[in-house]
Design a protein. Structure first.
Length: 260
């Protein structure tokens, strides 16, 4: 089984730049790269499809993913509009926060870790939290016994450096819960715009770098790590999980730039 793990597209209405970065162009490039890959079974997007929560951004992502014809599952991120993404916009191809699905004998569970802001319910907090309902849902799905991939936006592990400020608040409870199930095999997430790959016991934890703009835990806070944008390629063969960090820079080297 071959899966694309993509995160933090940060699309803006009409493709406008953000942080001096054309995130729409980076997304277009990632779609072109995936189009050239063989036998991709699914694309999992761990949040921040949109930066501004506009309907245009969800329409654009939905349309481009549809050109690939690969099943695409998305969970929300803190920059996404929960109202627009999960209630108002009806995707024609992508599945936003879908029920669990089974691909090649593996279960895929997508979670919502986004917390609406207290002062403005139309915005979200930077840090995440899984509700009791979400944790019960994870338990229910794991109890069926199939090897399982869990996808959410916020990191359940500390990545290090200044990125430790952008975490899942109840990560200890989440990790203790899934650790009881040997069939919990892989947890994927985004939010930190940084690639990581850690094995803890029987569970693999991996964050994808951002398609839109990347960070690095060893750089100053919010300084863009230009050239590290990309996504992850997850390959599972005979229960062995291999994860590759695919950088847009390596493919489109003629687009090298620096805004630091």
């Amino acid at each position: 089984m071959r899966i694309i793990h993509m995160s933090d597209l940060h699309l803006t209405k009409d493709g406008g730049p953000i942080w001096e970065t054309n995130t729409m162009e980076h997304f277009n490039q990632s779609i072109d790269i995936i189009r050239g890959l063989q036998k991709i079974d699914a694309i999992l997007v761990t949040g921040d499809v949109s930066d501004d929560g506009s309907e245009w951004t969800y329409q654009y992502a939905d349309r481009l993913f549809s050109t690939l014809g690969i099943p695409t599952l998305c969970c929300p991120g803190n920059h996404d509009s929960l109202k627009m993404m999960l209630e108002e916009y009806k995707p024609s191809f992508c599945k936003f926060l879908p029920p669990s699905s089974i691909i090649d004998g593996w279960k895929i569970v997508m979670l919502n870790s986004v917390i609406p802001a207290d002062e403005n319910p139309d915005q979200n907090k930077a840090r995440g939290f899984l509700s009791d309902e979400s944790l019960d849902y994870v338990i229910q799905e794991l109890e069926e016994g199939l090897p399982t991939i869990i996808a959410l936006h916020h990191p359940p592990l500390e990545p290090g450096g200044w990125l430790n400020r952008r975490l899942l608040e109840n990560r200890d409870e989440f990790n203790q819960t899934i650790n009881r199930y040997p069939n919990a095999r892989l947890v994927i997430y985004g939010h930190i715009h940084y690639f990581s790959d850690v094995q803890k016991g029987h569970i693999r934890y991996s964050s994808s770098t951002s398609v839109g703009f990347a960070f690095d835990k060893d750089l100053p806070k919010f300084q863009i790590a230009d050239g590290l944008e990309g996504f992850s390629l997850i390959e599972i063969n005979n229960d062995i999980i291999d994860i590759t960090n695919v950088k847009l820079y390596n493919i489109f080297c003629n687009n090298q730039r620096s805004i630091l």
